[in-house]
Design a protein. Structure first.
Ligand SMILES: Nc1ncnc2c1ncn2[C@@H]1O[C@H](COP(=O)(O)OP(=O)(O)OP(=O)(O)O)[C@@H](O)[C@H]1O
Ligand SMILES: [Mg+2]
Length: 454
């Protein structure tokens, strides 16, 4: 570590202290500045970055502890050392509570000072290294908004990164909630088209005619209600990416239309004759087994091959359970921001439930489960009970009979209370919140006196 880059601010009202300290520290190679009171020290904290602060405890005006308190608000990462002539335990403890690293007792031993500063500097370097390492690790498991440490998903990330640089059509396959749209957006964001638009169309949401005009646009008067010319999503996505979601659901006619656009890169608006050329990168997605649809004749084989230039398969969450803890961290971080409520994590028991679950709805289901749990959680940690994932087993009739009738439960409860009050009826009646006569009658009915005295 280059010592010059270690910047130390010495705050003391006595000139002799300021001079001797800065002299020693400069001789050790550090960059040193001095301030003669709290106010000017804080002013320097506002404008410049510091590594270490040495602050005198007793100063006129603001004392050392007040300076520390304020300093933490301005530059919390500065390591502070308190200097005092009277090393009482009290002041030391207070200083530590305020975040001081240590304290030095006057008169100073230059050797001790030198060692302490060296220790602080190497600790700060360690912290920086850790932060850096964590960032690198995080990046390793990240691709834009996606997190995963699963091997198959790492391949997906690699493939997506490479595919982003090309202009080829991409087909994203995977069950519902596996992150197909997130992948599509990530690819767009990593591609040279990132400055252009990302336009998403859900092909399953519209009827054939509506989807046709949604994609290609229409001319005025093309159909009833077409009062004006309307541009379609293909035009809107010019120089960007068009995301065709749920492509497996489109009708044979649209399959053919789409095939033509993919082949010619040009199309006409509904009711129009003018050929429109667009520069669009297509990413399609589906949770259907397209190959099977092709085999069954439900999906055009030629279109399938046009789309399937770069296939990306997203594995279901149940096949990458090692991602569950990672996803929980990531999703809770995002949910905390969205909900304006800090949720730190999940309890050990809750984690066990989450790991055991099969996740038919994949990451979306996990996200929803966490969001629900975050709403009902009493504290900042989600408990197993908050999740509502463990389905209560419906008791069989035999088991239900074992649960006991209302009368047997009442009898047992009255007996427990009577044991607790050692037979005191008045007290028991108060606990049970019934009057004494009622209690007497119940005792007679259940013959509790006999049991009690037995
Ligand atoms: N690897 C991941 N890391 C973080 N969040 C993810 C990941 N995968 C999915 N998600 C989140 O899960 C949710 C569902 O993702 P997305 O909408 O992309 O799924 P989908 O595959 O398109 O689902 P569907 O087929 O139902 O449309 C989103 O909230 C998304 O942010
Ligand atoms: Mg989707």
């Amino acid at each position: 570590m280059n010592r010059e880059r270690v910047r130390i601010l010495v705050v003391d009202d006595e000139e002799i202290v300021r001079e001797s300290l800065s002299g020693w520290l400069e001789r050790d190679g550090y960059t040193v500045a001095t301030a003669q009171d709290g106010a000017s020290a804080l002013a320097r904290l506002h404008g410049e970055r510091w590594s270490i602060m040495l602050v005198d405890m007793k100063m006129p005006g603001m004392d050392g502890l007040q300076v520390l308190e304020e300093a933490r608000k301005i530059q919390p990462e500065v390591t502070a050392v308190i200097m005092t002539a009277y090393a009482t335990v009290d002041t030391a403890v207070t200083a530590m509570k305020l975040g001081a690293y240590d304290y030095l007792v006057k008169p100073f031993d230059p050797e001790e000072l030198s060692l302490m500063i060296q220790k602080i500097v190497s600790q700060q370097a360690l912290v920086r290294e850790n932060v850096l390492l964590r960032k690198v690790l995080k990046r390793e498991y990240h691709f834009r908004d996606l997190v995963s440490k699963n091997a198959a998903m790492q391949k997906v990330f690699d493939l997506a990164r490479t595919a982003a640089r090309s202009n080829s059509t991409i087909l994203v396959l995977g069950e519902s909630g596996t992150g197909k749209e997130v992948v599509a957006r990530a690819i767009h964001a990593e591609s040279p088209r990132a400055v252009g638009p990302f336009v998403a169309v859900s092909c399953a949401a519209l009827t054939e005619t509506l989807l046709e005009s949604e994609l290609f646009g229409h001319e005025r008067g093309a159909f009833t209600g077409a009062v004006a010319r309307q541009r379609g999503k293909f035009e809107a996505a010019h120089r960007g990416t068009l995301f065709l979601d749920e492509i497996g659901d489109i009708t044979p006619k649209l399959q053919l239309d789409l095939l033509r656009v993919l082949e010619d890169r040009r199309f006409t608006r509904v009711g129009g004759t003018e050929a429109i050329e667009v520069d669009v990168r297509i990413i399609a997605a589906t949770n259907r087994d397209l190959q099977r649809a092709v085999a069954e004749g439900a999906f055009r084989e030629d279109l399938f091959y046009r789309l399937n230039v770069i296939p990306i398969h997203l594995p279901p969450l149940r096949d990458r359970k090692e991602d569950v803890p990672l996803l929980i961290d990531d999703l809770l971080e995002k949910l905390s921001v969205e909900m304006g409520r800090h949720i730190e994590g999940v309890s050990h028991d809750a984690m066990a439930v989450l790991m055991a679950h099969d996740w038919p709805g994949n990451v979306r289901e996990l996200r929803n489960a966490l969001e629900r749990a975050a709403v009902v959680a009493a504290g900042t940690i989600i408990q197993a009970g908050d999740l509502g994932l463990v389905k209560p087993s419906t008791p069989t009739e035999a088991a239900a009979e074992q649960l006991g009738t209302l009368e047997s439960v009442e009898r047992q409860h009255i007996q427990t209370v009577l044991e607790h009050t050692r037979g005191n009826i008045t007290q028991a009646a108060r606990i049970l919140d019934i009057d004494r006569v009622t209690l007497y009658n119940k005792i007679k009915k259940y013959r509790l006196r006999e049991i009690e005295s037995a």
